[in-house]
Ligand binder design. Structure first.
Ligand SMILES: [Zn+2]
Length: 426
């Protein structure tokens, strides 16, 4: 009886209270590019210049005490609706085996409910969408965002469409389907899926676009919680290294730092490092050339770090926004090769017990690339997604089983294990 089920969900949705005046009374949308200000709505794009917006929340008077995601709710663009899967509050792990005499940490974002950092943005943007009376959800994704948004849409009782580039890793598609989303596999790369999501949203008034570029200002703002959690745990962060496609996670983290700085809780901003993969690196390319404006990636997209392979075709201003934020805080944009990423995945897995998907390992690859930059400590690597998101991309994941006959001598097995263990040491 699928038809009956859908009607029941729809009816339940329509009984939810929607606050007058848009439902996010403590939040204003401010255009990143021209500074225009207006009230929140479901399509947070600047009406004056078409630019992307910042969801700015009134300062609640003091920094909320606590270390976990929703304890920072007063600093987020949310109202009384909360859609949650227990996101955030992720562990901070000191990487003592890889960096025994240094202050290098991993923020364990793969421990979020759907296996990636995207749950932070989904929780806030879905809660905001509910407050703003959304009737349905659409998003474009390289996979992780679809897995996350679809889960939160299910929790919210809203229909969900996700647009993914063909060739997205199967495990990410399985997650979205498990959460009941309609999955569109779009020919081309992420930018093609992005356009498809936009085209559909325009045709269905009342639907919210939760694509995790800068399309959704509420989603971007959610990533400030990463900084708030870090601040509560280790105080001032010296350097934060983040994988970037368009870059909203880096932007959100720096929004959080700016908020604490403006209100006297932080003396200086962390140095942001945005990491791209060399097969699709429009922002890192502009940074390397000393440019102030990012152009879309013209070459074919390639490489194993699919989660961050965003050519920005049709919306290069997203890259310009990230570039400007990095430059204004003295940061760096870096492009790393597949070989560097694979080494980082092996080292995180074998030396620290962290199984990262390729994009999630790029911060370690970038840290090694920037060894001569004397980065401020402590350094935090944001490990954004779990290896099981894309198991085929794990280097050496096949062929590592020890092929033994039943009843083989234990000594032979142990000696093979010791040989393999010795090979893992740096
Ligand atoms: Zn504007």
């Amino acid at each position: 009886m699928p038809g009956k089920g859908r009607r029941m969900h729809q009816d339940a949705r329509e009984t939810l209270p929607v606050e007058p005046g848009g439902g996010l009374s403590d939040t204003r949308l401010v255009c990143f590019f021209c500074g225009a200000v207006r009230a929140p709505d479901l399509h947070p794009v600047c009406r004056a210049c078409g630019g992307t917006m910042i969801a700015r929340t009134s300062w609640p008077g003091r920094l909320p005490a606590g270390r976990r995601f929703w304890e920072f709710a007063d600093l987020l663009p949310v109202s009384r609706h909360r859609v949650s899967l227990g996101e955030g509050g992720t562990p901070l792990l000191k990487l003592d085996r890889l960096f025994p005499d240094d202050e290098v940490y991993a923020k364990a974002e793969w421990t979020n409910a759907t296996g990636s950092f995207k749950d932070r943005g989904s929780a806030v943007a879905m809660s905001a969408a509910m407050s703003l009376g959304a009737k349905g959800i659409i998003c474009a994704s390289t996979g992780n965002n679809a897995a996350s948004v679809s889960a939160f849409a299910a929790r919210a009782g809203l229909p969900c469409i996700v647009a993914l580039p063909k060739g997205t890793p199967a495990n990410k598609i399985i997650q979205a389907k498990a959460h009941g989303a309609i999955v569109l596999e779009v020919a081309g790369d992420f930018s093609d899926a992005y356009r498809e999501a936009e085209r559909i949203q325009r045709a269905v008034p009342g639907w919210a676009n939760l694509t995790s570029t800068y399309v959704n200002a509420y989603m971007t703002a959610a990533h400030a919680t990463i900084l708030y959690e870090l601040h509560a745990e280790i105080g001032a962060v010296g350097t934060v290294i983040v994988p970037i496609g368009a870059g909203p996670m880096l932007d959100g983290i720096m929004q959080g730092a700016q908020t604490l700085h403006e209100h006297g809780y932080l003396e200086r901003l962390p140095r942001p490092v945005g990491v791209q993969a060399s097969g699709c690196a429009p922002i890192a390319a502009a940074f390397a050339r000393g440019l102030d404006v990012v152009a879309a990636w013209a070459a074919p997209v390639s490489g194993i770090a699919g989660s961050i392979n965003d050519p920005l075709r049709g919306y290069p201003d997203d890259g310009t926004r990230t570039l400007r934020i990095m430059r204004s805080a003295g940061g760096h944009a870096v492009a790393v090769t597949d070989a560097q990423i694979e080494r980082a995945m092996l080292d995180l897995g074998r030396c620290e017990g962290i199984a990262a998907e390729p994009a999630a390992a790029t911060p370690l690859a970038a840290l090694r690339d920037l060894a001569d930059k004397d980065l401020p400590r402590p350094i935090v690597l944001v490990i954004s997604g779990h290896a099981l998101k894309d198991p085929a991309a794990q280097p050496g994941a096949s062929g590592q089983s020890l092929d033994v006959e039943a009843g083989a001598a234990p000594a032979a097995i142990v000696s093979a294990a010791l040989r393999q263990f010795a090979q893992r040491m740096l």
